[in-house]
Structure formats: C-alpha cells, structure tokens
Design a protein around this ligand. Structure first.
Ligand code: SME
Length: 151
C-alpha cells in the first residue's frame, strides 16, 4: 500500500513545477487515501520570525497556521531536527490542540541538503496510528520533494 502510494506521489511531484500546488495535492492524496491520516499539512520555517508557517494542508482548517519554534510537537521538531511520533497526544505536555478528535500525531522534518526547512505533520483520530513504516514513508516523500524543488 505504501509502495503504491509512494509511486503515485512521485508522479504528482513529476507533474508540476509549482511547489505549493504540489504540496496541496500531496496533502489531499494522503488525507483522502491513507486510512487514519485525518489531517495532513506542511509547515515551512520562517527563520526571521522564528516560527513555522502552514503552507499547505488537507483536513479541518486549523487556527494554528503559525507556530513559534519550540512550541508544540511541530515547534519541538523544528528545533531538534528530529522526527516525532506521539502515540497519545493527551499524554504529551508540549502539545497544541488543533482539533478535539486528534489522538496521535507524527511530524517529519523536510531537509534542504542538511538544513531543516520545514516538516510534514499528520494527525490521526486513532491512538497509536503511526509506526516506523509511516515514518519511512513520510521521510521518502520529503526526500522526493527536496530532490525536485530544493536542490
Ligand atoms: N498539534 C501540533 C500543532 C499543529 S496541528 O496538529 C495542525 C503541535 O502540537 O505542534
């Protein structure tokens, strides 16, 4: 399933030279076709303001279109440069709630060469949704985006 999804996303990436359009299409595909991916978005770093800015998403609109570095799971990943998987958001002290139905979350940084310039964020309405398979899948998507648009 993830192999086919990776191929479909690779095709989407090859089809367009418009980064924002491409990110929105990826969000829509993941949100609609992958079970348990109930909100999908890309945040990019604004280094000047030291915050994340939402650039594309699919799912219920969030109020958190800007997140300071360090705040929430997204802000923590922006500072540490590491992916974060939260199995149960109710147990996470540094969590920003976007939607009351969300139970678990994964954030995977997007690198331009070695530099962390953004992230993909996926929320699920199921507990323990995300495994190493999701992590590798989302890493691969970010690598493909980086390869096409950021090199
Ligand atoms: N829950 C995130 C905020 C972003 S929303 O999930 C869309 C966090 O704690 O950083």
């Amino acid at each position: 399933m993830f192999k086919i999804a990776t191929e479909i996303i690779e095709n989407e990436i090859n089809k367009t030279n418009d980064l924002k359009n491409c990110l929105n299409r990826i969000c829509k595909f993941l949100n609609e076709k992958i079970e348990g991916y109930d909100w999908v978005g890309f945040y990019f770093h604004n280094e000047k303001n030291k915050e994340l800015e939402l650039v594309a998403f699919s799912g219920i609109p969030t109020l958190h279109t800007k997140i300071p570095f360090g705040k929430g799971i997204c802000g923590k990943s922006a500072l540490t440069n590491n992916p974060i998987v939260v199995d149960d958001v109710s147990k996470e002290y540094n969590y920003i709630e976007c939607n009351i139905d969300v139970k678990s979350e994964i954030v995977v940084p997007l690198f331009d060469n070695e530099k962390n310039i953004g992230q993909i964020d996926v929320d699920s309405n199921n507990l323990n949704q995300f495994t190493k398979i999701d992590l590798n899948f989302l890493k691969k998507i970010n690598e493909m985006i980086s390869e096409k648009f950021l090199k």
